[in-house]
Design a protein around this ligand. Structure first.
Ligand SMILES: Cc1ncc(COP(=O)(O)O)c(C=O)c1O
Length: 397
């Protein structure tokens, strides 16, 4: 482990005080200043979808950096037009709003939902329902909607126009819908909440409920999107189409960008001046976004993600068979997998870190596996071998 003296930090303590620092990365590998190698199965929490410093992304960013960085949205941005058009071609959406992060994409979605009804003269329809254990980011709206007291304490005033119901309980959702309900937001695969895919029949029932009551359905695919589950967006495997969708993380492969996608009718009230972002859709971010899409949409890329997902999942299932007192089950889709633990997941992650494997925790005592989408079978085998070694060192019970 990297054990250099840590200088005092001017940064606020909101991230704790991490000590491990990386100075370079390549593919699935990260290196410290001492050149110690780590295998990265966290990928900046599902951000570096093509691994570290992918040559195609480096080339796109370098070329754009040598051409034009920023002009503002006062002028047409060719790279943003192109990326928006491609997202429209490959999803349900007709219109795209670009921003800089997942929370901003979610926030834009909430604003669009309210504006949609306001523009129809139904301003009383302004409440949005979310599911328990959800995570939608850290803006005021995003934390208010997720109802996690650790995140809301001291920040949110009142209920800010949000309601919440139990994950997967369609009757509870039906009961929560009122004349004031404008939208329902959910992650097709909950990430922070513990890699929980929303059941197919539930999500179909939610869509039906929305249609019956004229409610807008928004999917937060900030984590599950951009090929992570083996399709461009997870909803494409669920047979249910949203009215709006928040995307970010993998969209920039490590460069900050977010997007809110919407149908024509839903986006229509977002007239000139209704919303904005200084940096949103800037040439650097959207040039990289286009390069990410070039790769994700190339022949067989998403099929390979599915194969890698099966491979990792079956390796994790083998570990469960071998260590039944420590491990419970595997959840998730594609390369968004969760290993539910009987032993303390945080401790197992710390032990894996000591063996130079990076993993990340999720709710429900779950370890998240979010490797690069182009992870090799050898790298998967290496990660499984490290876990095997760590688990075999646990005392017998
Ligand atoms: C489902 C989901 N929504 C929103 C966010 C917030 O994204 P960001 O941290 O880029 O604001 C996250 C981040 O983890 C997420 O997983």
């Amino acid at each position: 482990m990297n054990s250099v003296a840590i200088p005092p930090s001017a940064l606020m303590d909101n991230y704790g005080s991490p000590t491990l620092e990386f100075v370079r990365g390549r593919g699935s590998e990260l290196f410290t200043a001492n050149d110690e190698r780590y295998l990265d199965f966290a990928m900046g929490i599902a951000v570096n979808c093509l691994g570290h410093c992918h040559p195609r992304l480096v080339a796109a960013l370098t070329e754009q950096a040598n051409t034009l960085w920023h002009t503002s949205n006062l002028y047409r941005i060719n790279q943003a037009e192109k990326l928006g058009q491609r997202l429209v071609e490959h999803t349900f959406a007709d219109r795209v709003f670009f921003c800089n992060s997942g929370a901003e994409a979610v926030e834009a979605g909430y604003k669009i939902i309210r504006r949609f009804f306001y523009a129809k003269g139904e301003a009383h329809k302004n409440r949005i329902i979310s599911l328990s254990s959800s995570f939608h980011g850290r803006t005021l709206g995003a934390i208010a909607s997720a109802f996690n007291p650790v995140h809301t304490a001291g920040f949110v005033v009142g209920d800010a126009g949000f309601d919440q119901v139990e994950f997967g309980d369609i009757e509870a959702l039906r009961a929560a819908v009122s004349e004031a309900t404008a939208g329902i937001v959910l992650e097709p695969v909950q990430g922070e909440g513990g890699i929980r895919p929303v059941p197919n029949d539930y999500i179909a029932a939610v869509r039906q409920l929305c249609d019956e009551h004229g409610i807008l359905l928004m999917f937060d695919e900030v984590q599950s999107g951009m090929g992570r589950t083996g399709s461009l967006y997870a909803y494409q495997q669920l047979g249910v189409t949203p009215d709006l969708l928040a995307s970010a993380k993998g969209l920039g492969g490590g460069f900050p960008i977010g997007a809110c996608l919407a149908s024509e009718a839903v986006a229509a009230p977002m007239t000139a001046g209704s919303h904005g972002s200084t940096f949103g859709g800037n040439p650097l971010a959207t040039a990289v976004g286009n390069a990410v899409l070039d790769e994700l949409l190339s022949e067989n890329f998403l099929i390979d993600v599915q194969h890698a997902g099966f491979h990792l999942r079956s390796g994790l299932e083998d570990l469960i068979v071998r260590y039944p007192s420590l491990l419970n089950s595997v959840t998730g889709m594609g390369l968004m997998l969760g290993l539910r633990c009987k032993t303390d997941a945080a401790l197992l992650i710390a032990k894996a870190l000591n063996s130079n494997l990076l993993l990340v925790k999720a709710g429900g005592n779950c370890i998240r596996f979010l490797p690069a989408l182009n992870v090799t079978h050898e790298e998967i085998a290496e990660a499984l071998a490290i876990l095997d070694k760590v688990l075999s060192a646990y005392p017998e019970d």
